[in-house]
Write a protein that binds this ligand. Structure first.
Ligand code: PEP
Ligand code: MG
Length: 957
């Protein structure tokens, strides 16, 4: 497949799961319910001084050597703090921190991650001292709340939640109201004066506990409830009376006994240990294990368990539960944002049965809701919330996502954590926090995930939309697009001319598909890797592309593509998500990219911190303009073979390649010269004196050879030769392994007149561009794929003598350098020799990866995925540079080259130039610049700044 383009590579952003924000409907989660009565001691009024959290985490080990297995919090104090996140998990550490700040946090305790580690190291048993420490902590919480765990008159009820260092879906869900049994439920009824509430709480507890601890699934209870409602003629849960819930609790318990063979546990202590065991066990459940693998979370981290006194948001009209963000997580606007539900608890909100209400009057007016905001309905609690959110944001110096419950008018804070946000919001928040003086500009720059900038540069699929994923391939070029399937480039161009939107689906693409790729909204190929023709060209065009999607079978004849039992035909609409490599059925709702003022501000700050130069791989005027727009500081790689993709030009290139003697080759070259010159003039003019590295032709011959009889006849006509003879010549030139064949400098060695023509076009264009712009072109002529100094020298000789001729003919002086790609292991090793004559190096890490691993860049897709899945490779080395092997060769090349020629200018221009982790590597080893595809320039600028600031940037694969 295509190398011409095939070469490129790069990185895509794995904008993993677009870290979006909780969608509106999914708002307040979690727990809220609670004490029948307020705690014995009122919680302290807010807030001590907003000390600032800076230093994270102390290793778990020190703290637990002491045998401390339980950390209490509440009543304005805590044994933990935010810095103990590794030990207490995010939730536990922040609950402790809020308690220390004097915020009203229902008292409780955290069993740390070290117990989880112990649990798995000791055959699922607990440290012997744990039990007594839990008992003591329960007593402590009991004292603070004026209740006792298991007490038949005034029972302490608790919630149990998991909470690791990193938030991790897949872990055990929350259990609320733990401690209820046939006796304590009566006490709850009596204390609250509301039997219906008490039994409703009990049945919720039985449901949750059975589901997450006993493995008796939720839907069984739904069935029982539905049958009961039908029998009574009820439609809503709210139709049920207290007696109805009593009746249902009996039915629920019977079902548990029948299905599990055991009565529902009545002993609160047994209930608690059951829930604690379920949390630790869930660390190893399949969902959690998969999530950890996908997100590089080590198994050794373990989870913590948080046990906390209940507070109830469902105790009537003065109670509520809600979720709030200190800033808008979608836009970043600095306004409290969130929702709440009166007389409700977590599951009600998640169930989406009722529409949540806005928290602020501002938001209510904006949404046009006729339901009272919290600001109006619960002014006191709202005032408190305002005080706390301001405090928390100052304290953590970041936007917070908080959960709260109002129990009979009193506000309780249940959770705070750094809020997830869109890329747009992240930028705005970082810039505004810096402008507010809460964080430094350096911190602002460090806080943005470079890969997430793709969200701002390309359309993305609405994160709230349901995805019908039909296949997954490689995330070859970011962004998303929907359109009708077309299987040929001509068809794509035709439909586009009629105003239709299409996705071009090909087994693979080649230079002849350029017009179809231009016309399409996005490109899907079933073969080819991250550096395939489709991937490289799409990235240059800024169009989404999914490549190497091997599970799809394309039948051009029938006009169908099938995946398993599903078949799609020409005209069917699909969507591709080039950031995730997904192919989806149907049209998806899109979010259009929007570059805000904050984008420019943050990029400006990033530029002030970075040392690496950022250039762009650009072959067309459009690429060059995009590069300038995104802040590219020059062209680091102009692949001249890409300039021949247009239909009329390919024909002439074919004439040149297929010529049997120098004379006919020169005739073809003479036709190409003016076209090349015109292209270069335009490119140089746009770049206005910035450096431009023009690489001599590096065509994988197979991409340029005519394939069909019609193509052969067409070229034969132009060359005035017999088509059969031409077909023979094409057959002679066909190679078994074109990527290691007659390409790169080998072509110019065999046919120096090609290099001469290109050099002439470059120099004549430089003269012309300088005349037009008044600025001398920063001209660098680059020789591809050399293995020896002799190859380089021979071609350099031709380039220099052509430059002399042009200078003589035009009477103008030209400044230029001749350098080389270093993209073969031998060139790295011989860099000291090569640098004697080469004036600059540019590492072609695409080919260097291919030749170091011995993995064909075009065929890698069929097995590299398996390598990554089996953990043999951490990441596709064509996406993120292999520091140990390929990187070592680059280091050797740099050191040997600079030893010979101190100050040798060195960059990279493989696709790795746009991968944040690879950019960091380039910074570390002292390269001068990276060159990447135009749409990755902002990502590279930010990654380079973060590297300079010392931030470890994980690749976003
Ligand atoms: C490379 O090999 O890294 C490179 C930039 O060249 P190409 O992709 O064009 O082979
Ligand atoms: Mg190369």
């Amino acid at each position: 497949m295509a190398k011409a383009a095939s070469k490129l590579k790069k990185t895509v952003a794995k904008s993993k799961s677009s870290s979006l924000v909780r969608a509106k409907a999914a708002a307040p989660v979690a727990a809220r319910k609670a004490l029948t009565k307020s705690p014995a001691k009122p919680a302290p009024k807010a807030a001590k001084k907003p000390a600032v959290v800076k230093s994270p985490a102390k290793p778990a080990a020190d703290v637990t050597k002491s045998g401390k297995w339980v950390f209490t919090f509440g009543d304005g104090k805590a044994e933990g703090k935010a810095g103990l996140r590794d030990l207490l998990g995010g939730k536990g550490a922040n609950l402790a921190e809020m308690a220390n700040l004097g915020l009203p946090v229902p008292p409780g305790f955290t069993i740390p991650t070290s117990v989880c580690t112990y649990f798995y190291a000791h055959d699922k048993s607990y440290p012997p001292a744990l039990k007594a420490q839990v008992e003591k902590a329960l007593d402590h919480v009991g004292k603070l709340t004026g209740k006792a765990f298991g007490d038949a008159k005034n029972p302490l009820l608790v919630s149990v939640r998991s909470g690791g260092r990193a938030s991790m879906p897949g872990m055990m869900d929350t259990v609320l109201n733990l401690g209820l049994n046939d006796k304590t439920v009566e006490a709850l009824a009596e204390l609250s004066g509301d039997r219906r509430f008490a039994y409703d709480s009990y049945r919720r507890f039985i449901t949750m506990y059975s589901d997450v601890v006993l493995g008796f699934e939720h839907h069984h209870f739904e069935d029982i409830l539905d049958t009961f409602k039908d029998s009574q003629g009820y439609t809503l849960d709210t139709d049920l009376t207290g007696d109805d819930w009593v009746d249902l609790v009996g039915r629920y318990k019977d079902a548990v006994a029948r299905e599990t063979g055991k009565d529902f546990p009545q002993d609160p202590h047994a209930q608690l240990w059951g829930a604690i065991g379920a949390v630790f066990s869930s660390w190893m459940n399949a969902r959690a294990v998969t999530y950890r693998r996908l997100h590089d979370i080590p198994e050794s981290w373990g989870t913590a368990v948080n046990v906390q006194a209940m507070v109830f948001g469902n105790m009537g009209e003065t109670s509520a539960t809600g979720v709030a963000f200190t800033r808008n997580p979608s836009t970043g606007e600095s306004k409290l944002y969130g929702e709440f539900l009166i007389n409700a608890q977590g599951e009600d909100v998640v169930a989406g049965i009722r529409t949540p209400q806005d928290i602020t009057e501002f938001a209510r007016k904006e949404s046009g809701s006729d339901k009272a905001s919290m600001e109006v309905a619960m002014p006191e609690a709202f005032k408190e919330l305002t005080k706390f959110y301001t405090l928390l944001e100052k304290h953590y110096r970041d936007m917070q996502d908080m959960e709260f419950t109002v129990e009979q008018g009193k506000l309780w804070m249940l959770q705070t954590r750094g809020g997830k946000r869109t890329a747009k919001a992240a930028l705005r928040i970082a810039v505004e926090l810096a402008n507010e003086g809460l964080i430094s500009k350096k911190e602002a720059v460090s806080r943005i995930d470079p890969a997430s900038l793709d969200q701002l540069l390309h359309p993305t699929i609405d994160p709230g939309a349901r995805r019908d994923i039909i296949a997954t391939g490689l995330p070859a070029s970011p962004g998303a697009a929907s359109g009708e399937i077309v299987f040929s480039s001509d068809e794509a161009a035709k439909l586009q001319a009629d105003g239709r939107k299409v996705i071009l689906v090909r087994i693979e693409t080649s230079p002849e598909d350029i017009h179809g790729m231009h016309a399409a909204e996005g490109i899907l190929t079933t073969r080819g890797g991250m550096t395939s023709h489709a991937a490289v060209v799409a990235r240059g065009m800024g169009k989404p592309c999914v490549s190497g999607c091997g599970s799809i079978r394309v039948d051009y004849g029938r006009g169908t593509m099938s995946i398993g039992t599903r078949t799609f035909k020409t005209g069917d609409v699909i969507t591709i998500d080039g950031s995730l490599g997904q192919v989806l059925a149907g049209r998806m709702p899109m979010i259009e990219p929007a570059m805000s003022g904050e984008f420019g501000t943050l990029m400006g700050w990033a530029d002030s911190f970075r040392r690496l130069g950022i250039r762009v791989n650009a072959d067309t005027p459009e690429d060059a303009r995009t590069a300038i727009k995104f802040g590219g500081e020059g062209i680091g790689l102009c692949r001249t073979e890409h300039m021949f993709f247009e239909e009329t030009r390919i024909r002439t290139v074919r004439e040149m390649i297929l010529s049997e003697d120098e004379q006919s080759r020169r005739a073809a070259l003479a036709k190409l010269l003016p076209m090349q010159r015109a292209d270069f003039v335009e490119l140089f003019e746009i770049m206005k004196g910035l450096p431009v590295t023009v690489r001599l032709l590096d065509p994988p011959l197979h991409e340029f050879l005519p394939h069909t009889q019609a193509e052969i006849e067409e070229v034969a006509r132009a060359m005035n030769t017999d088509p059969r003879r031409l077909a023979d010549r094409a057959r002679d030139l066909a190679e078994f392994n074109p990527m290691l064949g007659f390409r790169g400098c080998r072509l110019a060695i065999a046919y120096p007149e090609i290099a001469e023509m290109q050099a002439r076009a470059i120099f004549e264009a430089a003269v012309e561009a300088e005349k037009r712009t008044g600025k001398a072109v920063g001209l660098e002529v680059m020789v591809p794929l050399i293995a020896t100094k002799a190859e380089f020298d021979l071609i350099k000789g031709r380039i220099d003598s052509t430059a002399q001729s042009v200078m003589k003919e035009t009477g103008r002086k030209l400044a230029y350098q001749v350098g080389t790609m270093i993209e073969l292991p031998r060139a790295c090793l011989m860099a000291g020799e090569i640098a004697k004559t080469a004036e600059f190096f540019s590492f072609g890490t695409n080919d260097l990866t291919q030749t170091t691993y011995g993995i064909s860049r075009d065929d890698a897709a069929s097995f590299l995925g398996t390598y990554v899945a089996k953990g043999i490779l951490e990441i596709d080395p064509f996406i993120s540079v292999d520091r140990d092997g390929v990187g070592e060769l680059v280091k050797i090349g740099v050191a040997r080259g600079r030893k010979t020629r101190p100050g040798l200018k060195v960059g990279i221009c493989g696709e790795h130039g746009g991968d944040p982790a690879s950019v960091a590597f380039c910074h570390e080893i002292g390269l001068d610049y990276v060159s990447c595809s135009p749409y990755r320039v902002p990502i590279a600028r930010l990654a380079a700044a973060q590297a300079a600031l010392g931030k470890a940037v994980a690749s976003q694969a």
